[in-house]
Design a binder for this molecule. Structure first.
Ligand code: NAG
Ligand code: NAG
Ligand code: NAG
Ligand code: NAG
Ligand code: NAG
Ligand code: NAG
Ligand code: NAG
Length: 573
């Protein structure tokens, strides 16, 4: 017995002495250095020399291979697992980050632009009421600020009806318009009862005091701002979906596979070898299969979003409509003043106003409209072109249409990180540096029951699908509404009235920037601005030189081009 033990002892001493001399040269310095540089963990977790750690769990089986030496310890392997999890998340995020940032920036700029336009419009409306219609600030300021608050509220929640808000605005401003704009040049004195009576009965007075423009205002505001709102809402949902996939949970098994793909080569002192593409595809497809459940609904939603006009169609352009708003209000009050004698007669009867209620005003009406309001009709001068931004974001969305079905391919096709040659035998195949011989699995081969799907992803898929259905229904309703005769706006209205044609066609048209719509004379009236401006006779004021913005704008640019050409010609000669 003693003899046997001694023999084993001797044997072991000899063996370990032999190994020791080999180990002296076999340091793990490259692995340590990388561990430190890539901040995988504290470098002293990496053994100085190759060792055999019985508790290695992921990179190889230390019990089946009891003599195997490696540059991994249990502790360093655990750090690799953490790094692998981070790598996986970062890889997914890097595929969606650009889209997310573009959309978030776009939403922010869109909203800022709208709120500055609303503010400007509020200001111009106040100036109009005060300067052109001599209504004192104390009488209009609440009415105006309520009206514009309603518009802001509408953009935030659904419950506001802009038809009602516009009507309320006219109800409230009606007594003041009457008071200060009688042709007699006298100011009407009204009791609080008469004032509230006038507000109450304004909508019953025939002929309608403010004419038809007010209906145009309600309709175009409601229509355009609804479009803007659903556009922004969908974009927010897209961001929400990306946030979710950024944060989706992954299984432990998957993280272990990514550890094998990315880091187990380190155990063999290999720090520069690239993983084989086949290994990457198999690992990523298995790990990221859960995202593919979003693919169908995501893709359909993208196609619906691209069809939204986002308040950028020619007739319902949100910037033009907001810039036009104070002008339209001006037109409607002009209409009221023009017919004020008739209106006043009806109102007198309805609200018991007697002729004795009038006073001599401080200044005479009508003739003193010295203050010419300049309505800024050029949306390009406001800085930042919303329409271009919308087109760019739509383009981004189209590009990202297949983002959730091609994640693995996109990750594994990075030449810098994965050996792309399928026959390479100098890549990391998961076990050693050599050819990858496994079968490459296809995404379609996974059934939902085989995947570990984060339940939040299923919720999100249903939300995407629901939103898309809602959008498509709204789209159909708009098409039907436009076809009916309630609002005869013609049909050259890029996007909305195109009656659900092929999606990409609509988009191409948008991207071409022609915005020409599909005919019937809309080419001659490219914006709602012209429509309202053209036939209106000016009321009690000299013809407005600013009333033909397109002509003056184009003549300016033509003359500028001519001037530049002249200069260039002169220089050449
Ligand atoms: C690891 O690689 C370095 C540099 O290539 C080498 O000096 C060292 O001996 C290697 N160690 C092992 C354990 O193979
Ligand atoms: C409108 O804006 C001008 C210039 O920004 C300012 O001077 C004026 O007080 C504003 N008017 C109202 C009613 O807000
Ligand atoms: C209302 O809008 C339509 C179409 O935009 C236009 O033809 C009509 O002249 C407008 N009416 C008024 C009173 O502005
Ligand atoms: C998504 O995450 C970003 C931060 O990355 C945050 O600013 C944004 O509000 C989030 N949006 C949604 C809809 O969750
Ligand atoms: C992801 O989740 C973490 C915490 O669970 C949170 O702090 C972070 O904001 C989320 N990121 C996104 C983009 O939603
Ligand atoms: C990696 O290469 C080794 C040796 O050629 C082979 O035995 C092993 O099956 C390969 N592993 C894979 C996943 O291809
Ligand atoms: C877009 O413009 C190009 C050239 O300007 C033209 O060939 C193409 O047919 C246009 N596409 C659409 C959808 O109008």
């Amino acid at each position: 017995m003693d003899y046997k033990i001694n023999f084993q002892y001797l044997c072991c001493v000899l063996l370990f002495g032999f190994l020791d001399s080999i180990l002296a040269e076999k340091n793990c310095n490259p692995v340590r250095t990388e561990f430190h540089n890539r901040k995988i963990g504290p470098p002293d977790l990496v053994p100085n020399f190759a060792i055999h750690d019985n508790e290695i769990k992921i990179c190889f089986d230390p019990l089946r291979d009891p003599t195997r030496l490696s540059c991994c310890s249990k502790a360093s392997e655990q750090q690799y697992v953490i790094a692998a999890k981070k790598y996986l998340k970062d890889s997914v995020r890097s595929k969606t980050a650009f889209l997310k940032k573009s959309i978030l920036d776009h939403i922010l700029q869109f909203e800022e632009r709208l709120s500055s336009l609303i503010l400007l419009s509020e200001n111009k409306t106040s100036v109009t009421l005060e300067d052109l219609y001599k209504i004192p600030k104390s009488e209009y300021s609440q009415t105006v600020s309520e009206f514009f608050s309603q518009i802001r509220l509408f953009m935030k929640q659904k419950q506001v009806s802009l038809y009602a808000s516009v009507a309320t605005f006219y109800d409230n401003i009606f007594p003041s318009v009457l008071k200060y704009n009688l042709h007699s040049g006298k100011v009407l004195t009204l009791t609080p009862e008469q004032t509230s009576c006038l507000r109450r009965t304004r909508q019953d007075i025939v002929p309608v005091p403010f004419g038809k423009t007010q209906y145009n205002i309600s309709h175009s505001l409601q229509h355009t701002l609804s479009n803007v709102k659903s556009y922004i809402e969908v974009l927010s949902l897209v961001v929400e979906a990306i946030n979710l996939t950024d944060n989706a949970s992954v299984t432990e098994k998957c993280v272990h596979q990514v550890t094998q793909l990315q880091f187990c080569s380190r155990c063999q002192n290999e720090t520069t070898v690239l993983p084989c593409k086949g290994l990457c595809l198999n690992t990523m497809r298995r790990c990221l299969a859960q995202f593919s459940i979003l693919h169908q609904d995501w893709k359909k939603l993208m196609m619906s979003v691209v069809r939204l006009d986002g308040g950028q169609s020619d007739k319902y352009n949100v910037e033009a409509i907001l810039q036009q708003l104070s002008h339209d209000i001006d037109m409607s009050i002009k209409h009221a003043v023009r017919n004020i004698a008739v209106t006043y007669n009806v109102a007198k009867g309805l609200c018991h106003i007697s002729a004795a209620d009038t006073q001599i005003p401080i200044r005479t009406a009508s003739s003193e409209l010295g203050t010419q309001l300049k309505h800024n009709r050029n949306r390009r001068t406001m800085g930042g072109d919303l329409n271009d931004q919308v087109l760019q974001v739509k383009e981004q969305l189209l590009i990202s249409m297949n983002i959730f079905s091609t994640l693995s391919e996109d990750i594994c096709e990075q030449k810098l990180f994965y050996d792309q040659d399928p026959d390479s035998n100098t890549c990391w195949n998961g076990t050693l540096v050599g050819r990858f011989t496994g079968n490459i699995e296809h995404l379609k081969a996974f059934t939902t029951s085989e995947m570990d799907v984060d339940p939040q992803l299923i919720t999100m898929r249903d939300k995407l699908s629901l939103t898309r259905n809602t959008l498509d229904t709204e789209h159909q309703e708009y098409s039907m509404m436009s076809d009916s005769s309630i609002f005869k706006y013609g049909s050259g209205d890029g996007g909305i009235n195109d009656g659900g044609g092929i999606v990409l066609e609509t988009d191409d048209e948008d991207l071409n920037g022609s915005g020409s719509g599909s005919g019937d004379g809309s080419g001659q009236t490219p914006s709602p601005i012209d429509v309202t401006l053209a036939p209106t006779k000016s009321f009690n004021k000299p013809p407005n030189r600013n009333q033909r913005p397109e002509n003056s704008a184009s003549s300016v640019s033509v003359s500028m081009v001519m001037a530049i050409l002249t200069v260039i010609t002169t220089l050449i000669l």
